[in-house]
Write a protein that binds this ligand. Sequence first.
Ligand code: HAS
Length: 548
Amino acid sequence: ADAPEKKYALYMMMLGFSALALGTFFGPLQAFNYGGLDLYPLLKPVFQNYYQGLSLHGVLNAIVFTQLFAQTIMIYLPARELGLRPNMKLAWASFWMALAGLLIAAVPLLLNEASVLYTFYAPLKASWAFYTGAAIFVLSSYLSIYIALELWLRWRRANPGKITPLATFMAVAFWLMWFLASLGLVVEALFLIPWSLGLLPGVDPLLMRTLFWYTGHPIVYFWLLPAYTLAYVTLPKLAGGKLVSDPLARLVFVLFLLFSVPVGFHHQFADPGIAPYWKFIHTVLTMMVAVPSLITAFTIAASLEVAGRANGGKGLLGWIAALPWHNPTVLAFLLGFLAFIPGGAGGIVNASFNLNQNVHNTVWIPGHFHLQVGTLVTMAAMGTAFWLIPHLTGKPLVARGLAVASQWLWFLGMFIMTFALHWMGFLYAIPRRAHISGSPLAMEAFKESSAWMALNIVSGVILLVAAVLFFYVIFATALQGHRDPKRVLEEVPFAEAISKPEGSGLARVTERVWFWFGLAAVLVVLAYGPVLYQMFTNMLPVPGVRLW
Ligand code: HAS
């Protein structure tokens, strides 16, 4: 790593992949659980039970890995695009804060004192160290928000009147969205930490759930948007073509800024204490947040078509075969996006107020999100690692064939697993977050779906093999002694756009970032304000309980 931001990006990303490696190890154990095979007794005394494994799996994969990858991509890409050095002191401070938070939270997780799953619903209570470590970890992303905004504003001062380059624009919209989105978790931590220390007699579970889901839905776009950014700014070039429309890509990110946050009640359709009309308003807003993904489906597919035709593909579908499927990065994105189609459709089922009653708290839901975050987001990160680690280190990719195999196997494993989970959830109402294999009664109750459940074991084995291959490739690449700068991508592969932002009215309108941010904040206040006000004021008059 010759530039300091390269070293920062490498460390951040490898820390994220280390978390993913450990978290992923528990994945097959969850899959085996749904297949009726309980391997947890074999892991004693190091790991105690299913719920400890599930908490480690969710926290490390969904919270830690995703945030560290965002802190890599959404700082490194704008820095390279603008040719500016980010504030390195703060960048390293964010790294050390994330590491410290992770280590503090890891202790209770490993001691089975924080087995409260990644949603940490009260009244489940974890050790104070878990909430404190998690808070420090999440707050490290606030430094990233500052670093990205400072970088952008520095560029703007030097380039008045110019349209912000695309990756930087995406990073700015992304970090502003995360600032708004993360406030729920920050406020929740202000209750959970004193409660876990015994300073508060209790917390209101409904309020805690509401604060959690305030952040808990937009956090999925916090996971998704680095993948989308890479898909817009690098995939078209890696596939051999161009991005069809730069302004449309900007519109997508503005729509995410506006609609990612005011939607959290769609996780609480079954909760009492929130009037149905509020839930309905959040349903409508959730449908709005699917729109930027539909635009993305169009723009990315069209850009891939441009690439396929530039590679010599002919006819209606010949361009698909002409895409560079042998390139492990392109392959990862193609397969990830294919999985995202049924995943997105499932999301719309979840959001549909009444249909949700059929799938809520069943294994359909883990089926949905393993297509979204487990397949697209993770594969985008894996695929990107195949060029980014060589780019950052000057060391060429080791075992390209295994890299390709890891992506096919990951896709196949996820496909089988999510197919089975959707089926089991929708038709047999098998509950999620349930230790099924530990209870003969539960196995008896779900006998009729045993064929689907057995598929989970198959998928667990395939995913384990895929993970071993992937982690071997990236760690062997990063740790080898051999450098060969000629065989690595020296520059970030930024794609050129066919429809450019210069002269585009849409690009001018989207450039008014502070206006969109203000509007997003107003939407949040309208969609959440009255309900939260009511929840906070209802909480106060409980006789004999002082909450502050
Ligand atoms: Fe979700 C639950 C609704 C997207 C993650 N979601 C979850 C949970 C997680 C999660 C983790 O309304 C569980 C939380 C928990 O533990 O309880 N979700 C949606 C909707 C969308 C959506 C409407 N979710 C995501 C994404 C996630 C994610 C993205 C992670 C990254 N979700 C819900 C709801 C629930 C829920 C309810 C609560 C359910 C309950 O009852 O508990 C939308 O944003 C989806 C829009 C997506 C599309 C797809 C567009 C397709 C594209 C692919 C194009 C293909 C190409 C390929 C280009 C409309 C972009 C070309 C290929 C070639 C080869 C040519």
